[in-house]
Design a protein around this ligand. Structure first.
Ligand SMILES: Nc1ncnc2c1ncn2[C@@H]1O[C@H](COP(=O)(O)OP(=O)(O)OP(=O)(O)O)[C@@H](O)[C@H]1O
Ligand SMILES: [Mg+2]
Length: 266
């Protein structure tokens, strides 16, 4: 199953939600899960997980045509939580339109190898991003409750539908829902005529500390509400309705590792 995350504007938290969605799906299901950083230019997924990948999406698409498709796995890097990561390349402007066939082939290969393929598209609906949307069972549109973002959301919903993605595959996530306090979820839904499928509270301390430690939010202590909201999204996407609780065996917090990990990353 492919799940894509698309931001309605830069900085809405697309990478944060994609990384945590992927890590939580892996934690809950224990099934092979990979996150692909499809953002054009240098992406943040591997940085958010404290990884230093040797290979990228660009290496994979540049070599896949002559390789055994199964060899795409040689380009992924493994995080200690069990999640696999295919990082963005360093080249600005790629993947570009000419890479769309390679991206399609790569995503199809990954979909055959993994139970869950999570894609961070970024906030630009490029040709390659549109390809990922078409292959996705679910598209998560990430918005913040501010006017520019909500205006873009309305337009993006239409643009995504034009790529052939039906409304039933589209889910709207309101990130930092608690922060601004000006527009309530109800107000937003009434004005846009769209329903918000998921809300995630603002908790910069926890989110930033997870990034500084190179671990998902579920590996840290923090606001119970944030944990519960992220967990609920992953359960809904993966179909895991009941579970063993947030901090499953073998996946305990690396809370105290943050200082060391942050230094390592820098
Ligand atoms: N729920 C949240 N609460 C508080 N801060 C958050 C939350 N989600 C994301 N952030 C913060 O917002 C900033 C942007 O997040 P992130 O990089 O995930 O956004 P993005 O949409 O992927 O950005 P870009 O357009 O650069 O790819 C980061 O500093 C992140 O820590
Ligand atoms: Mg991002």
């Amino acid at each position: 199953m492919v799940v894509s995350y698309l931001g309605t504007k830069g900085g809405t938290g697309t990478t944060t939600l994609a990384v945590n969605g992927a890590a939580d799906i892996r934690r809950l299901t224990r099934k092979p899960t990979v996150i692909v950083d499809l953002k054009t230019g240098p992406g943040d997924v591997s940085l958010f997980l404290g990884l230093r990948p040797r290979h990228s999406v660009l290496d994979a698409i540049d070599h896949l045509s002559w390789m055994d498709p199964g060899a795409v796995s040689k380009y992924v890097v493994h995080h200690e939580c069990g999640l696999h990561v295919l990082a963005a390349g360093d080249e600005f402007g790629r993947p570009a339109s000419r890479d769309v066939d390679g991206i399609e082939q790569m995503l199809r290969c990954l979909n055959a190898l993994y139970d869950f393929v999570i894609v961070d598209i970024g906030s630009t609906l490029s040709t390659c991003g549109a390809m990922a949307l078409q292959l996705s069972e679910t598209v998560m549109l990430v918005a913040n409750p501010d006017v520019p973002c909500l205006r873009n959301l309305q337009r993006l919903v239409d643009a995504v539908k034009l790529t052939g993605v039906g409304g039933d595959r589209l889910k709207i996530v309101l990130n930092r829902a608690s922060e601004f306090g000006v527009l309530s979820t109800g107000q937003i839904e009434r004005v846009l005529g769209l329903s918000i499928d998921y809300s995630v509270n603002s908790d910069y301390r926890t989110v930033a500390s997870a990034v500084n430690s190179g671990v998902p939010v579920s590996a840290l202590r923090g606001s119970a509400e944030l944990h519960q909201q992220l967990d609920a999204i992953a359960r809904s996407l993966s179909g895991v309705r009941t579970g063993r609780g947030r901090r499953d065996a073998g996946e305990h917090a690396e809370d105290e590792a943050s200082g060391v990990a942050a230094r390592h990353q820098l």
